[in-house]
Design a protein around this ligand. Structure first.
Ligand code: G6P
Length: 753
């Protein structure tokens, strides 16, 4: 039996006892009052006729005595009266006087009372034999000069007393019930009001808000904090110890988030179905750092990836809801494709996202363009994706991973639809300073949108600070610098840095030929001799990647190291990207012209220093090139992280090869054993390339080993694991803070790790 039932039963028993007691008291007191009342009335009546009765008694005038008694019994409730001699003989009685109270019957009772003074000779009894059930009998002595001459017996019908008693009890019960009801309702209201007040105060205290501390809550808050600290310590320990693998990520999700399905919202889909020129459908893996990072996470955890269906054969390979199971052959999660019209794609993707936000967030000197109609499409498409997410979720508190600058408004829109959701937003590109972000006419809306997130992630603490500063400057919000959070409209968004990474071990290396074989095959493919020196660059053809600066550094290298002419080749993989945008078309022309010029300057008939591959290249081939090349140059002018740098390291399981890395990438903060350069400084970059090519094998090994260790440890499973653990901790904190008002009594059981 649970506590609430026991409490209700006890209350019922107490109430019944109270009612029974009241019942007895009512019976006893009302009957007492009525007895007294009729006794007095009988005495009054007899005493009023006393003189006349004594006189007629002495005169033996029986008719007069009967008349006197008849007068006394005129009251309708008096049933009858009789006059008895002290020897218990009937002197005279009224008609209908009940035999049950004849002189001889009542007499013995009077005798029992003989010790009492004569004026107290009364007797009383109930009898069921009479109509009405209750009779009151009074025997009143009539004395003269201290001598009892006779006594009068007066009988009252008391059946009306029983009726009055019943109605008094009935009214009493009703009154009790009404009072009990009113008392219960008012107690309930008071309890609810004070519980709400308590909950509110307790929640605010638990959230660490600046509210007056209530002493009665302090022990509970202390316990809560201890619990949270313990969980945090456990989670920190989880993070510190051992390698992160897909299995461990899955376990983490199961253990800490109770096996929630992840819902990822990202513009770019991980598998594109494309119709080739021969009519066949092929599956492409897009060139996107976001995709290479997140895809292994979804494969490990399963769930849904909501993305723009941009492939030419995407519709025919998806079901009527736009769903398709991937990866082909493995089918461990679902891609839900959102179809966009050409106008929507132009406004939201090419326009606002890539002509506006992309150049705005990258300090790469391409002027951003903001158009009102692009903004309108951006808003509408964010709403379309949010609708698709809501179709896909199966609980009211899902875990949703919103990705990148295409969806700055989605977190807020999701929050409005799913207030209990855990929304992790990750911004894959840099977040500029407040001055710069304010160039966007709708910067307030963007920040407000992002603050719908539970957690907002950037690659570096620097970008976190930029965001917090912008939130502080442009919105009504409060910064919690200790907890690194922005509080707006009573909602808190944690702002955290999570440096993204790649899968480790990498699936593209699973069946890869050895480094020696790769090198031989690639050199043969490029028509180079076996002793040729090879460098590689892998990028989308994007102006933020510093491809022109890279080409100029190679030119400088050849200028300064003429012995490399004819021996050193740089393979530049440049995947076409955002080709509808004029700036990208211009970049393509500029890069082509530059490569042509450098090749013309140093090239020979059978050799050219730069091989430009301006085509989509599948990851398996990219990894072959990484393994074949002695150096890899990443020259981004500004980059959130840059995963090419990490992929090159992953590819070099022979611990050889040198990474030359731009100081303006997020990766440069982690990969400190790379040769870090300023890509704008062509002289310095050219020198770095020369140093890389001359680096002794032992030094290459030492640097590569250190970087491989770091990337192996800080792989993408750890990145996702950290975010999900933070999310689970936040969920638990919200559950505990809402606890006290939570209607679900099992919350602790569920929150228990
Ligand atoms: C960057 C962005 C990603 C994007 C990728 C490729 O890495 O952060 O969101 O997917 O570029 O760009 P694309 O426009 O082809 O998706």
């Amino acid at each position: 039996m649970n506590a609430r039932v026991r409490y209700a039963l006890a209350l019922l028993v107490a109430l019944s006892a109270l009612v029974a007691l009241a019942w007895l008291i009512v019976g006893h007191t009302t009957r007492g009052w009525f007895e007294k009342d009729v006794g007095l009335r009988a005495e009054l009546a007899v005493n009023g006729a006393r003189r006349a009765v004594l006189r007629d008694l002495q005169a033996g005038n029986l008719p007069a005595l009967r008349e006197l008694l008849t007068d006394i019994t005129r009251d309708e409730r008096i049933m009858g009266a009789a006059l008895c001699s002290p020897e218990l003989d009937v002197i005279v009685a009224t008609a209908g006087f009940p035999d049950a109270f004849a002189c001889r019957t009542v007499g013995p009772h009077l005798r029992a009372d003989a010790g009492a003074p004569p004026d107290r000779w009364t007797a009383w009894r109930d009898t069921a034999s009479l109509p009405g059930g209750a009779v009151h009998v009074n025997a009143i002595p009539l004395s003269e000069a201290g001598d009892v001459k006779a006594f009068a017996i007066v009988t009252h019908d008391l059946s009306y007393v029983a009726r009055r008693e019943a109605s008094t009890r009935y009214f009493l019960l009703c009154a009790f019930a009404v009072i009990a009801l009113l008392a219960s309702i008012s107690t309930l209201l008071v309890v609810r009001a004070s519980r709400r007040r308590w909950n509110d105060a307790l929640q605010r205290m638990a959230k660490g808000e600046d509210v007056p501390q209530r002493r009665e809550f302090l022990p509970l808050i202390k316990d809560l904090r201890e619990l949270l600290d313990r969980l945090a310590t456990e989670e920190q320990a989880d993070l510190r110890s051992g390698a992160w693998t897909p299995e461990r990520l899955k376990l983490t999700l199961n253990r800490h988030l109770h096996g929630e399905r992840l819902v990822v919202v990202a513009n770019r889909e991980p598998y594109i179905h494309d119709r080739a020129s021969d009519g066949s459908v092929r599956v492409l893996h897009p060139a996107s750092g976001l995709v290479s990072a997140l895809e292994p996470v979804l494969r490990a955890c399963s769930g849904v990836w909501v993305a723009h269906g941009a492939g030419s054969a995407d519709r025919e390979t998806a079901d009527k809801h736009g769903r398709v199971r991937v990866p082909p052959g493995e089918e461990s999660y679902v891609v839900r494709r959102v179809w966009l019209s050409p106008e929507e794609e132009k406004g939201y993707y090419y326009g606002f996202s890539n002509e506006g936000l992309w150049p705005l967030c990258h300090v790469s000197h391409t002027r951003p363009t903001f158009r009102a109609e692009d903004w309108q499409h951006y808003r509408e498409v964010n709403q379309r994706f949010v609708d698709a997410v809501c179709d896909e979720v199966d609980t009211d508190d899902p875990v949703i991973l919103v990705q990148d600058y295409h969806f700055a408004l989605a977190p807020r829109l999701l929050r409005e639809r799913l207030p209990r959701a855990t929304i992790l937003t990750f911004w894959h590109i840099p977040w500029p300073n407040a001055e710069q972000i304010s160039i966007c006419p709708w910067h307030r809306e963007l920040i407000h949108g992002l603050l719908g997130s539970s957690i907002l992630g950037f690659h570096t603490p620097f970008h976190c600070n930029n965001f917090m500063e912008a939130a502080d400057r442009f919105l009504e919000s409060r910064l919690d610098r200790e907890d690194l959070a922005v509080v707006q409209e009573n909602r808190r968004t944690l702002v955290r840095s999570y440096p993204i990474s790649i899968e480790w071990p990498n699936r593209w290396l699973e069946h890869a030929p050895s480094v020696v074989e790769c090198r031989a095959a690639v050199l043969a493919e490029l028509g180079l001799s076996s002793d040729a020196r090879l460098g590689v660059g892998v990028d989308r053809l994007d102006y933020t990647k510093g491809i022109e600066e890279r080409m100029r550094a190679i030119e400088k290298l050849l200028e300064k190291q003429p012995q490399l002419v004819g021996r050193f080749t740089f393979l530049q993989i440049a995947s076409p990207s955002r080709t509808e945008i004029a700036r990208y078309a211009q970049l393509r022309d500029d890069v082509e012209a530059l490569v042509e010029r450098i090749n013309a300057r140093f090239g020979r008939e059978d050799w050219k220093p730069i091989v430009l591959r301006r085509q989509h290249t599948e990851p398996r081939d990219v990894f072959r090139y990484y393994r074949a090349a002695e150096i890899c140059y990443v020259s981004s002018l500004h980059d959130g992280m840059n995963l090419v740098a990490k992929e090159y390291i992953a590819a070099r399981d022979d611990e050889q090869g040198v990474l030359v890395l731009s100081q303006f990438t997020g990766a440069a903060r982690e990969l400190t054993e790379a040769l870090i350069v300023n890509p704008y400084d062509i002289e310095q970059a050219g020198r770095a390339l020369a140093v890389a090519l001359a680096m002794p094998l032992a030094e290459q090994r030492a640097r590569m080993r250190a970087m491989r260790k770091l990337v192996a440890e800080y792989n993408v499973y750890r990145w996702a694991g950290r975010m999900l653990l933070d999310a689970s901790r936040l969920r638990r904190r919200e559950q505990l803070a809402g606890v006290l008002g939570a209607s679900d009594p099992d919350y602790l059981a569920r929150a228990e790790p």
